[in-house]
Design a binder for this molecule. Sequence first.
Ligand SMILES: [Zn+2]
Length: 157
Amino acid sequence: MLVNKTSYSELLDHPKWHKKKLDILEKSGFKCISCSSNEKTLDVYHSYYVSNLKPWEYPNNSLYCLCGECYNKSQYIITLIKRQLRHIELAYNERLFGYLYGLETLTYPMVTIGVMSYEVAQGIGDCWKIPPEVIIENLRDGHIDGYTLRSLSKNTE
Ligand SMILES: [Zn+2]
């Protein structure tokens, strides 16, 4: 069996990654998506990792352009979330669960979400900026998909 010994940092030097990075930087207008700075050094980050996926094989909407400062802030928040997750009360857990489901449908609109409680609808609403009542009104058999959420989000703007 052939073992792939290419390290991740070597992959980040691959022309395909440089091209992908440039696409994302252009899409972001060469600005940090968090603080809008175009003067700080920018880089492109992955919002998640899948083993065996090369850096340039991720969908564009899973990559984001940030300055180093905002990246560090986001990493701190992620660490805090991971650390505090086990202390969250059940009701808030469901709202957070809904928020994460909402993020999933932002990335993958074909995903259908089961909305089993008001708190889950609140979390989805937090993510999509849609009132939970609107989400509940538009459930089909207790479910909603990303396409429906997208159109509801446009209607409530
Ligand atoms: Zn920034």
